[in-house]
Design a protein around this ligand. Sequence first.
Ligand code: MN
Length: 670
Amino acid sequence: MTDPLDEYRRKRDFARTPEPAGADAGHRPGSTFVVHRHEARNLHYDLRLEHGGVLCSWAVPRGFSYDPGEKRLAVRTEDHPLAYEHFHGRIPKGQYGAGTMAIWDRGEYTLAKVVDWDEAMARGELKLLLRGRRLRGEWHLVRTQQGPNTWLLFKSKDVWAGPARDSALGVDLDAAAAAPLPDELAPMRHTAARAPFRDPDWLFEMEFAGRRCFALRDGATATLRGVAMTPAAVRDGLLALRCERALLDGVLVALDAAGRPCRAALDAALAGAAAAPVAYYAFDLLHWEEFDLRALPLLDRKAALRATVADTPAVLYVDHVIGNGPALLDAIVAAGLPAAIAKRGASPYASGPSDAWVRVPAAAAPSAAPAPRRVGRSRPTNLGKVYWPAEGYTKGDLLAYYHAVADGLLPHLRDRPVHLNRFPDGIDGKSFYQREAKPGTPAWVRTVPIERDGEVVPHHVIDDLETLLYVVNLGSIDLHPWLSRIGSLDAPDWAVLDLDPKSAPFPHVVRIARAAGRLLRGIGLRPLLKTSGKFGMHVFVPLRAGYTYDHARMFTEAVARVLVRELPDIATVERLPDRREGKVYLDFLQNRRSQTVVPPYVVRPVRGASVSAPLRWDELEDGGLTPQRFTIQTMPARLAELGDLFRPALEDPQDLLPAIGALEDVLRQK
Ligand code: MN
C-alpha cells in the first residue's frame, strides 16, 4: 500500500521550503477543513478536507461563490499532511507552488448526508456542510467526465445561498473569538444627549419606542430574552435568520394606526389584548454561529447583521446614516419619531453605559421640521416640554398622538367652528379657553367669521392634519367643536346627552348609560356612546337635517327626565352642583348654539392623558371598564384595531319626530 503523502513529498525539497514534511503538528482529531489563499503564479484557493489522516485537496482557481448558479472548477491535487492545516508563509522561488500561502478560512465540516466517504469519492459526489468564518452551509463537489481530477464546486441552495460573494457575512471575523452564547448580558446604553452633529467616525440610527431586548436564535429555538411571550411572527423571522445561532440586540415594537412604533400598542399586543403588528428592530449582532462578535467594530457587526437578517416582516434590520446627523434628524422629525442614537463606528460592544453611544433627541434638532410626516407650513416648538408631569408625557408626545389618530378625529372636526383649550405649560400650568382665532393666525389656517353679541369673531376650523397640528402646537390639549356645521350653524347634527358624574362613582355612569341606550333603542333610534375622556360619558344621536337646537334640547331633556325617573337615586337634572347629592348630572343644556362637546379621540387635560373613547354598547357590560383605560398610549392601537366606532355620527343621521312621539308614550306610561 502506497503512502498517500508520497506525491506531496516528492514535489518538495524540505530543506528549501518551510512547508511541513508530514509530521502532525499538534493536530486534534476531527473533521477539519481549511482553505488556503495561494498567491502563486496564478492566484487560487486550495480547499483541504481532513480525511484518513491526510488533507484531501482541491485547487479552486476562481474561488468560492454563494451563487448556486456559479459552478467553479476545482482541480484535485495531491493530499497534504494534517500539519498543513496551520501552515502559512512564503514558499521560495524555484520551489513547487512558489508564492504566498495564507489561511483564508478554517473550520469544521461534515458530509451533508450520512454516507461513506470512500463510496462518495468513488461516485464522485461530495456534499459538504462547512462551518467556517467565511464558508457556511452546504457546498457541492462533483467530479466531471473530463478526467479523474476535474471537479466542479458550487453552493447548494440553502439559507446562505444568494448573490455572488465569497463570504457568508462579507466581514472579516478574524477578531471574533470562538465562544459559547453568553447567558447573562447587560445591554449597551447611551450616556449623554447631544444636538445633531456631523462626524465621519459616527453613525446615526433611528430610535424606536418599544421594549429593548436581546433576541436569541439557537437551532430550532427562537426567543426574546426577558419578554414573557415571543410573538409568533418574530419567532418566524428569527428562525429565518441566515445562520443556526445568533444573539441580536434590538427593540420590540408595535405599530400604531399611523404605522409608527408605539409603546402602548406593544403592551396591548403582549398582553394579548390587541393584534397590533409587532416587529423586532435589530440594530446589533453580538454573536453569530460559534463566534462572539462583540470585539468587532460596530460597522462590521452591522454589516454582519444585515447579511444575517432575512427578508421577513417581523424581524427588521435598523439601517444607519454615517457621518451626517442632521440629515437623519430631518427624517426622524418628519417621521414623528423621538430621537436618533449616534454610535461610534469603530466601537466594540460594551455592556452598560458607554460614551460610544449618544442620544440625539428630535427636539434638539435646530432644523426641526414639523412632527408629521407630511411636512407642513408651521414649525413645532418646545417638543420636549413636559405636559403631564406625573407620566412624563411631552408636547411632542401629544403631537405624535394627534398625528396618529388624525384619520379618526378629523372627520368629526371638519366644517365646524372649534374652540381651543390651551395649556402652554402643561396640565398643571395656567390655561385659557379661546373661542376666537387671534390676530396673527397664519393665512393658511381656515377661519370662519361668526357673529356673537353684535361682534363678528373669526373661529378656527380644523379640516386637515396641518391645522390640527398647528392648534395643538399652540398648546391646545382638548378641542371643542360646535354641534353644528358652517352653513347651518343653527341646525345641530347631533343631539347630545352628557352624563357628568363630578364626584359620583363611575359605575353609576355606566348604569345610566345602559338605561339611556335601552331607552333610545326602544324608541327606534341608534344612539352612539363614548367616554368624555374625563369621568363621564356622552350619548349621541346623529340628526337628519332640519332640526333646530331647540328640538335637540327638548328631546334630550325629555330623555334625561325619563332616566331620572327610572334611576332617581343616582341620576339628576339639578343644575346647581350643591344640590346634586353626589348623583350623576344629566346635562342636556349643551344642545345650544355656540356650545360644544369634545369629539371622539380628543385628549383631556387630566392625569393619565386620557382621551374621549367611542365605545360599543356591549363594552358597558365589561366590569373592568374605566375611562382611564383609554389614553394617548392605548388609543392609537384601539383605533387601528376597531376602526372609528363613531363613524355613524357622520353617516347615520336619524329622524327625531317618530322618536319624540314614542318618547311621549313612554312618559305617559310611567
Ligand atoms: Mn495551491
